[in-house]
Design a protein around this ligand. Sequence first.
Ligand SMILES: Nc1ncnc2c1ncn2[C@@H]1O[C@H](COP(=O)(O)OP(=O)(O)OP(=O)(O)O)[C@@H](O)[C@H]1O
Length: 458
Amino acid sequence: MADILIVDDDKFLADMLAGQMVASNHTATCVHTLQDGLAEVRGGSFDVVLLDVQLPDGNGLDEVGYFKHARSEPEIIIITGQGEADGAEKAIVSGAWCYIEKPHVIRELSLHLTRALQYRQEKRKVFEVPVALKRKNIIGSSRAISECLDQVARAASSDVSVLVNGATGTGKELFAKAIHENSARADKNFVVVDCAALPESLIESTLFGHVKGAFTNADRDQDGLVKHADGGTLFLDEVGELPLAMQKTFLRLLQEHEYRPIGSSRQLYSNFRLVAATNRDLSQWVREGRFREDLLFRLQAFTIKLPSLLERREDIRELVLYYISRLCDRYGVENKGVAADFIEALSLYDWPGNVRELFQIIEQVFLNPFLGPTCFAVHLPDKFRVLQARAGVSVKKPPHSVAEAIPSWRQYKETCEKEYLVKLKEYSHGNISQSCRTAGLSRTRYYQLLQKHGLSVD
Ligand SMILES: Nc1ncnc2c1ncn2[C@@H]1O[C@H](COP(=O)(O)OP(=O)(O)OP(=O)(O)O)[C@@H](O)[C@H]1O
């Protein structure tokens, strides 16, 4: 049972919709002006708002954001008169669930409402039901990675679409797989679609399949990836790379879960759960017109932002130990020890390629012919040892330079005394009487000082 707010100045239609809602076991509240609608939603706990566009005191589309961000965060279904579809499309972009043209509202409302409520229920579950997580190969115990694992647990307990965002090599695919493996779909397929690697001309047949004779060389029916993902998870890797034309097709697939293999006249249904990943700032791409806002809105119902390795440096040791032990298993050798200077050198680097780069470096270490039972910094490529050497110099420098800059009082006095005598001799052109006079020294004392500093009389 859901709470529905109907904002429409057509009282007849509003009452009819309310009747339909009540017949489906929902509660319905009708208001006929925009101001009344805004007042109701402010204090109410509505799940869905049915919002008319042309209202006597304003345009419903201008207030979609306000309705959407009310306390109960309802889904908004726009009800438009004929010819208002353009504006309604804009409303979707600002976060409305869908729009229905008035002549079809009685017929279409119930399907859209069911989907909106299902989506809402899943979204709620995401925030309410954390589960114990099987994390398998996800290594790290930093705060940043633990927060992401909490999010994986929540996402896995629902069917909501998830967008995993993070720089290259941060583990986006690993996390996407963890969502699948912890979900109710774990025993079905996890199907990876690498959007960056798909040639544009093959995207549709790869995703949707084709029937025999659909094109030259199509000598038999071929299922697409969407069919393989039925009951499981469809993982769109590098979703930002999807061509714009394909983004539209995808949006429809996400909304309807229906597709048609190339050459077929039959619509098929696939019950997949969508997880997408990107290392792009898709909001920025939306602003630049390179990515559809409505698609982004669907994809990011739940977003997990993975930290870079730099943001979780404290995990480096754990990752290194894990990967070394994997390599030892792979090469059938006894597990190796790790010296402190090895981890220290790795921790000084910035890791632009994140965990993938770290693992590649460890693999290089394994190829080092001088590697014994323990990994030392000396086994690392030069760039790490240079970093370590520089860090060492900068740490030791202050006490060293202080010692240099401030000698003992005695040393300082001796140095000055010698410099003075050298200058005195120059000034007097070797004339001893003049030197003694200028300095106010006796001849005996002057000779003693010259001798002490190894200077000649002349
Ligand atoms: N937390 C982690 N624990 C263990 N291994 C990890 C972790 N994060 C990443 N990896 C490893 O790093 C490598 C790259 O991970 P993955 O392919 O999932 O990254 P990605 O973010 O999808 O990269 P890209 O954007 O370049 O495709 C893989 O070998 C993966 O197993």
